[in-house]
Write a protein that binds this ligand. Sequence first.
Ligand code: 28G
Length: 649
Amino acid sequence: MSQSAYNEAQIKVLEGLEAVRLRPGMYIGSTGPRGLHHLVSEIVDNAVDEALAGFCDAIDVVVEPGDVVRVADNGRGIPVGMHPDAGIPTPQVVYTKLHAGGKFGDGGYKVSGGLHGVGASVVNALSEWLEIEIWRDGFAWTQRYARGVPQTGLDKGEATRKRGTQVRFKPDPEIFAKTTFSVEVIAKRLRELAFLNPGLKIRLRDMRPLPEDGSGGSEPYDTTFDYPGGVADFAEYLNDELDALHPPIVFTGESNGIEVEFALQYNDGYTEAVTSFCNCIHTMEGGQHETGFKVAHTRVMNEYARKLGVWKKKENLSGADLREGLVAIINVRMTNAEFEGQTKTKLGNVEARSACEEITADHLAAYLEEHPDVARAILDKAVKASQARSAAAKARKAVRTGKSQKVKTSLDGKLTRCSSRKAEDNELFIVEGDSAGGSAKQGRDRIHQAILPLKGKPLNTEKATLAKVLSNKEILSIVQAIGAGIGSDFDLSEANYGRVVILADADDDGAHIRCLLLTFFYRFMKPLLTDGRIYIAQPPLYKAERKVKKTTEQVYAWSDEELQALLKRWRSKSVVVQRYKGLGEMDPSQLWETTLNPETRTLLRVTIDEAVLAERQVRVLMGSKSEPRKHWITEHVHFGDDGAPALQG
Ligand code: 28G
């Protein structure tokens, strides 16, 4: 290449990198945490492509102190020679030329070039510095960049027998508001990639100093994701906390140059969790491969149900009924995948539909024939689902039209309404126990606060069908009080209250009641949760009293620390401390002052972090095993101070 042509090419590269730095969102979606973590995926995807090509079986990802990320693979190493067209070393082409990533024309399926598929040069442009090290042809080769601009040539270093590629980079704080990585977010993607690429071992380490407050645990993070069972392991992982009805059903096949694999495993829950991928990209919006699978699955299951005689009605079992409690992984590999939809995570290729339909139909029918017991268990479940669905439709209609007998009696004398008709200003307090309910009734603000006392524990709705839920008086009274329907009919705009506050004792029973109510809201009135309308009241744990010049001074404490601090301040002999064992011990004025009065109370808003609404966690929350659920709630349901900005989102 002539000198002037070379200069021209360089200018183009600089212009390209400048465009990336000017509009980073266009290339990586955002400059928030998602975009930041996307940088890691972008680099890792290149290593996975090397694995897919069959030359690499280990990827090492390290978050180093200072939030520097290091990714290394044991592949062939990027070729270190001069690139024939560009006249610069090939690695520099990969790391400075826009859209060089993924579409090398090396053939085969590629992970990179998928979702954003912007390639390594974008990561380079958005990094304060980036350093590559390639082990190839008997030597280590290194090159350093700053904000995408080469600082060195591709330097030949020491002799080595190693092979592979390593990248270290520090995201640019001029671009990213926050440059702190979450090892959990990185782990989620790496685990997924390991499931989708059996034989590939991906190790993730966090070498940053552990936080002083112990929030990061006492052990440094070091995990290797290695799943020889591939998608079958993936299905088992998603079903981990639940009771599976059978070992994963796996089938693979090839049709029209499209490779397809499926893993299916039913659990005894009610959630459908069909998760699909194309070329290792999570197709969150579904697409043709999912459609093909679902169509064939519904057809084959119906045929078999009739053959077995478990279903005789004229209309078929619906796909939704047949997918209750199903965890399914769909993984396709194909060339020229087209991603569509809002977030470009919907597979558009129609050929993927026919391939998935064909392979599902063939293999599923054969499986059912060979495993009649499993087939019967699945079909019995679907028949029940269908019956529950029609019963629920009837019950729901009754609740809506107020025709149900129970509806009238359930609210009679139970709900103490407030007088304001402006729903958004009103609060519904769901109170544990009749005696506390009585105090709350007397102590409340009659204009804006309504009281609904609960007798005993609400129904456990984690496994209950809608029909069952609606036959429970306590639950029905909540549904009626809120007045916005239930389940898929729930309409937030019809809710009678701007806030729903759970007021339960600060003991284990109270915690259980909170948990049951949250489960109910989660399953049947989710918009209340996502809209941030569910709160937990915070009654004090202690009352301390002392005599000061013939008057009594009362102070409340919400924690042991608070009480100790108070006692230290007072240091007088005549202090009387009362520990509240239950709400019932508080008189109406005390309850108002400490718990109900908007001026003085503390409410915790329950927010469910969007990111953890992932199906797995949902099913853990709803599952039958109580331990994982407890764990989930403490980890993922965040209780924060009302109005704290961090929790508004
Ligand atoms: C460590 C972090 C991420 C990679 C390779 C291996 C090759 C390669 C990467 O080639 C350039 C252009 C068209 C062929 C390919 C090595 C063929 C032969 C490779 C990575 C060369 C890209 N030998 N490993 N790129 N093509 N790992 N890990 O990025 O002509 S990128």
